[in-house]
Ligand binder design. Structure first.
Ligand SMILES: [Zn+2]
Length: 212
């Protein structure tokens, strides 16, 4: 059983790294972003509460997040373990988690803020098929057009400079302190995550396999 939490600011590649890590060890990838989007798509009771936060760049309230995480982990579909991505984001969420569960390692993706901003502002999504591009790192062959289906490429509604600044300041104020909290209780692995996703993944695996 392997239980990991992956942390880092928005744009640090958490989702990609969580996915790669889950594939490598056959773990369940539990992404808060995906769970929230599922609630929105299915217009559940929680959807309205989540919607407001996601478009304004604010954090979803702790009680909502805790409810979602508990419900998700109670499914117990994680025989080999899990990778949590997008949780915890605040001290109360971290305390809630540590009271009920334990982890083998917290993986912290370290990326400078200017790099994060450039990555996020460069993101484009195909309107038709949902394929991701980045005008700086993985540009489409023709500007503004999807390579796969010819659809129009657009920025996500919440990828504005204002929303990014707000998310980064929420991260500094609320998430960074809990990383220090984890350092006292859990194994925290710092990984510089400014390179390509495959080499970052390799480094994570190497660090995890290192004897403590
Ligand atoms: Zn497309």
């Amino acid at each position: 059983m392997r239980k990991y939490i992956i942390m880092g600011p928005q744009g640090s590649g958490k989702g990609t790294q969580a996915k790669l890590l889950a594939q490598a060890f056959d773990l369940s990838h539990i992404s808060m972003g995906e769970i929230f989007r599922w609630h929105l798509a299915n217009q559940t009771k929680l959807a309205a509460r989540i919607q407001h936060c996601m478009t304004s760049g604010r954090l979803v309230p702790d009680d909502t997040v805790e409810e979602v995480v508990r419900t998700r982990l109670d499914l117990h579909d994680w025989n080999h373990g899990f990778v949590l991505d997008g949780f915890p984001r605040t001290a109360p969420q971290a305390r809630f988690f540590l009271e009920s569960y334990d982890v083998d390692a917290v993986i912290l993706l370290v990326v400078r803020e200017e790099v994060v901003k450039k990555r996020i502002l460069g993101r484009r999504l195909c309107e038709k098929c949902g394929e991701d591009f980045n005008i700086h790192f993985s540009p489409p062959k023709a500007e503004g057009v999807c390579d796969t289906c010819g659809g129009l490429l657009v920025a996500r509604e919440d990828d504005t400079a204002e929303a990014i600044d707000l998310r980064l300041s929420e991260y500094r104020a609320k998430t960074e302190p809990i990383i220090e909290m984890f350092r006292n209780k859990e194994r925290v692995i710092d990984v510089l995550a400014e390179g390509d996703s495959y080499s970052v993944h390799q480094e994570i695996i190497q660090e995890l396999e290192r004897e403590v």
